[in-house]
Design a protein around this ligand. Structure first.
Ligand SMILES: NC(=O)c1ccc[n+]([C@@H]2O[C@H](COP(=O)([O-])OP(=O)(O)OC[C@H]3O[C@@H](n4cnc5c(N)ncnc54)[C@H](OP(=O)(O)O)[C@@H]3O)[C@@H](O)[C@H]2O)c1
Length: 275
């Protein structure tokens, strides 16, 4: 397929839904061979079929990012099958929400296990391949990694940590020719707000974020694909996300006051959800 990523091999974690699945579609449409990974293999196989049916190339592989052995096995399979790896998107993640008082130490550990250590393990399993191809490592951060909100300490700290990781790696890996792109989306349509703090899918949950605030997945991912192509150091996505990031930088006191009033109030209303 012709396109900006023609002939490149891209590995995406957390590709069974939401942003990861759409990244796979768009990178494949731009000529990349996409290796789609996550835990729900049936969904990945459906995605593989969908991409191949539209003339793209995809390979579905089961992989839990909290298991280094899974990531090593996937990397080995990619090496054997394609002989190279150009783009790795560390996208897998979920949110442990709730007030600090409602969360146990295990809740925090579970959050970091996927959202932070999963990203580190993904790079450890693929760094030699990216160095060989002078490829690109993409980290899925969040506006929550730029600005801290009440009621989201576990998720926010996991994202702040990967932001720091990505920005540090950007300079550290530059000499070896490996690009590092940090993506920081605000609210985007996906299944993330239908997953509870234990990582279980709750299809009966409705997304509490109003429809008009959420960016449509294909639109958000289109901006991500452009940032990856340009190897941008940091790309904040969604209008509200950019606004919040700016407010966090220039008016932190006002933003903290607003966040206390609005976020804490709505979180308190949903405390009984036991997210
Ligand atoms: N949507 C938003 O508003 C938003 C905003 C900012 C940042 N983000 C970030 O975007 C990323 C993608 O989330 P999304 O919004 O697209 O949510 P989503 O639709 O729930 O997708 C999350 C993906 O992560 C995978 N995943 C979760 N735990 C995993 C594990 N241990 N190993 C492997 N895969 C795992 C899930 O697949 P399986 O369950 O099949 O494993 C799924 O494919 C996350 O890092 C999230 O923090 C999202």
């Amino acid at each position: 397929m012709p396109g900006r990523f023609r002939g490149q091999i891209a590995l995406i974690t957390g590709a069974s839904s939401g942003i990861g699945a759409e990244l796979a579609r768009q990178l494949a449409a731009e000529g990349a061979v996409v290796v789609v990974t996550a835990r729900r293999i049936e969904r990945l196989q459906d995605l593989e079929k969908e991409i191949c049916a539209t003339g793209g190339s995809a390979l579905a592989l089961a992989c839990d990012v909290t298991r280094s052995a899974d990531l090593e096995a996937v990397s080995q399979k990619v090496r054997e099958r394609y002989g190279r790896l150009d783009i790795v998107v560390a996208n897998a993640g979920f949110g442990v929400g709730g007030s600090f008082a409602s969360l146990s130490l295990d809740d925090f550990r579970r959050q970091l296990e996927t959202n932070l250590f999963g990203v580190i393990a993904t790079l450890q399993a693929t760094l030699s391949d990216l160095t060989a191809s002078r490829g690109c490592f993409v980290v899925m951060g969040s506006v929550a990694g730029l600005v801290a909100f009440p009621g989201t300490t576990a998720y926010g700290m996991s994202k702040a940590a990967v932001h720091s990781l990505a920005l540090g790696l950007h300079g550290e890996l530059a000499a070896s020719g490996v690009g590092v792109v940090l993506l920081a989306p605000g609210y985007v349509d996906s299944e993330i707000r239908q997953v509870d703090k234990n990582g279980s899918h709750r299809t009966d949950w409705h997304d509490p974020v109003p429809r008009w605030v959420r960016m449509r997945t294909p639109v958000a991912v289109g901006k991500m694909v452009r940032a990856i192509h340009r190897r941008k150091r940091l790309q904040v996505i969604t209008f509200h996300g950019r606004l919040v990031a700016l407010a966090g930088r220039y008016f932190p006191g006002t933003l903290a006051w607003l966040a206390r009033r609005t976020v804490a109030k709505s979180r308190a209303r949903r405390e009984n959800d036991d997210r």
